[in-house]
Design a protein around this ligand. Structure first.
Ligand code: GLP
Length: 244
């Protein structure tokens, strides 16, 4: 069941998402949280931090990590998660995992990451954004819907969209380790956030188009507990709207 909630703006969207996450953590302090990076979840992290919950037992797994950045690069997701999530939310850094991207065998690192998620009992709530081309994490169009954590080659559109975080377009990595669509689908709850008109086409395709590899985000419609929180701009092309 995919439940779609339309909100006025990303601030309201972040508060709605934070309320869902907070309820889960209050019920189970050692909840396993899945962390998306990018701009979309920032209002959620801010709203969650404002609640002042004790998140010291909450465990977390990042969705993905670039390959090829030098250790400690400020735009590595290890650095982004530490800066934007772990520190502001008061998570225990020892309980926050990001794919190991600096080894000499990224495929091995990907399979080890998949195993660490399984060993943690799986992800309870996976926060997701959506790419303009309908990607989830770094699962680009064409990725099998049952893929495990793996090494992905980033599309030109994805590299272009993420260039804003780097000094120059050619500094954006070409590959990443990403949780697969199969990995994401095994989470207990999917919480997909979409804000802004740039996401309207991808979100409408994900919710109303064919379910399949050409539109990776469509996989959420197969999930038993998927919640979409979108602002009015991102929801503009969705025919069947559920008011907030
Ligand atoms: C990247 C990330 C995704 C994210 C997407 C959208 O590709 N790997 O997890 O959802 O960008 O980013 P933003 O939220 O900045 O639009």
């Amino acid at each position: 069941m995919t439940h779609v909630v339309v909100v006025r703006d990303e601030r309201e969207g972040g508060e709605a998402a934070a309320a869902i996450i907070a309820d889960r953590i209050e019920a189970r302090p050692d909840t396993v949280l899945g962390i998306a990076t990018g701009s979309t979840p920032l209002t959620t992290w801010a709203a969650l931090a404002e609640r002042g919950l004790d998140l010291s037992r909450t465990r977390a797994f990042a969705l993905d990590e670039y390959l090829g950045l030098p250790p400690g690069h400020p735009q590595s997701f290890e650095a982004v998660v530490a800066r934007e999530v772990t520190a502001p939310l008061g998570l225990d850094p020892a309980l926050v995992q990001v794919p190991a991207a600096n080894g000499d065998d990224p495929d091995l690192a990907a399979s080890q990451y998949e195993r660490s998620i399984v060993a943690a009992g799986g992800i309870d709530v996976q926060v997701l954004g959506i790419g303009r081309n309908g990607h989830l994490a770094f699962n680009e169009p064409g990725t099998p819907l049952d893929a495990p954590t793996h090494v992905a080659v980033l599309s030109a559109a994805t590299r272009s969209d993420n260039a804003r975080f780097f000094g120059a377009p050619d500094e954006v990595p070409t590959r990443a380790i990403t949780q697969g669509l199969g990995t994401i689908a095994r989470a207990g709850t999917l919480l997909l956030l979409a804000f802004g008109s740039r996401k309207a086409t991808a979100l409408a395709a994900a919710l109303e188009g064919p379910i399949g590899a050409p539109l990776p985000a469509s996989v959420i419609r197969r999930h038993p507990d998927a919640i979409v929180i979108a602002d009015t701009d991102a929801a503009a092309l969705i025919a069947k709207r559920v008011p907030a």
